[in-house]
Design a protein around this ligand. Sequence first.
Ligand code: ATP
Ligand code: MG
Length: 586
Amino acid sequence: MHWPAIQKSPASWKVPPNLLDYGDTVAAFSWDAIRAELQGLPQGRGLNIAHEAVDRHADGPLGERTAIQWLGADGNASAVSYRELKRLTNRFANVLHALGIAKADTVGVLAGRIPELYIAALGTLKHTSVFCPLFSAFGPEPIFQRLSRGDAKILVTSEALFRRKVDVLMDRLPALQNVLLVDADDHRSGRLLSLPRLMAEASEDFVIPPTSPEDIAVLHFTSGTTGMPKGALHVHGAALTHYMTGKFVMDFHADDVFWCTADPGWVTGTSYGIIAPLLHGITNIVDEVDFDAVRWCRILESEKVSVWYTAPTAIRRFMRMGIDPAQAYDLSRLRLVHSVGEPLNPEAVIWGVKALGLPIHDNWWQTETGGIMIANFPSMEIRPGSMGRPLPGIEAAIVERVGENEVRVIEAPDVQGDLALRPGWPSMFRSYLHDEARYQKCFVGGWYLTGDLARRDADGYFWFVGRADDIIKTSGHMVGPFEVESTLMAHPAVAEAGVIGKPDPLIGELVKAFVSLKPGFAPDDALRLELIGFARKRLGSAVAPKEIDFKPDLPKNKAGKIMRRLLKARELGLPEGDLSTLEESR
Ligand code: ATP
Ligand code: MG
């Protein structure tokens, strides 16, 4: 199926994009020039993310600007200026120091999106210990796994989360020196301490120790979509990628108000929900509440959000509910909408034009890459269904494996293969935690293999095909689930689709779709046949699904991604594998 490109005319730009000409910007690009736009620690003591994100603004003309505009679940809101954020993160760094925490020790944070999470994250980076976010909806076992694998010395959490999830783990976590409770007025017995009290006793002056760009800054676990989550280690030098992508993809300008809806428990919520906007000295919106369509529309309007970064799962929920935000709300400040995390169906890009008054810009990256690698830039024509083009400074290619240790770059356009990146960009992960062998295996013949399959068209746009694990081999064809799902999504009844390969003695694998419907549509045989016919007409009988099952909801992980491996395991009656990130309600 083909969706027409969305052209952009300079007349429609509210501000001229930072990246005006793709070819010129790529040709002139150097990481040194990006580094020169950051400040570095005084006296050449290195590069520290928190210095770049907080202190250099706090000590300059942006000091009184709101760094974090926090919106609480109870209706309360608070604004933290860059200057205030510097004082608070200094205090937190001093708290770690007073507790004897050393450089490179891990500090876990298990909290909802409350101000303390952001203070702890940036304070930890200042202190040069390692920030390890834990999604607050994890149950005890995933929390245990991450804290023990990460050798966490400190955990920051709330009384309620501690009682419900961590208390039972304490005996199994001997290396965990202290738990800092964000809402306890006083220290408890044993290892439990009051964070407010420690913060009150700590000095608000702190000198960031020398920080090498290669010092480990963040330990991020992957989303567990394809298996057991892996711990990816990131360094302070990653700030260069965060800054550069903030400039060219998010297109940050001085007065922007930015809202990234991801939770810092996922890499997007840290790289773009904390670091990138603060590196640019703009105002970052943090909403404590999870997806709520009406609340989200109100936030876009009342906070005058100009750049919005969200995910296909949220966009599909708006689509399913039939809500067109721009009709009922004043979104005149909204300039750019971006999406990441899963393939963005063309239908969703087009929905943006109608419902938000703006097309949605898809971009691609993964926990391992630390920042955006391929994107639809604000100045570029959007080809719905495409992830866009590689960032300046990023070399991406479609390759195929030839033998154990070699790959061949596929130069011809429109050929499906492994999506690979040339190693060496600043936010590239430096290892998988306790699994160096697995890390090394990702690098073959001078390329980092991403585990995703894609193709590149003649103009250099990349098109996501599927995860290598999800590819369906049917009658000699390689079918990517994304193409089939996107086609089904184009039918008015379909809210969401997940496609798998089901073993079949005749054709290898049979394409099977699981579909959830929009309200008002009945999951009956007539609709099943109609959908099969609809897909066949557009995809041909070899690629179209042969079986369709209706489901009220598709299984997703807590990051909102459809878990095709679980659809498959359940279909085949196989073990379900690691479910630590599964969204419970599904
Ligand atoms: P795990 O590695 O544990 O299985 P995960 O791969 O979902 O989980 P993340 O690092 O959060 O963990 O997700 C990155 C992956 O998400 C990418 O490799 C890709 O498969 C998918 N993805 C992200 N953005 C896009 C996009 N714009 N289009 C298509 N796929 C995307
Ligand atoms: Mg992955």
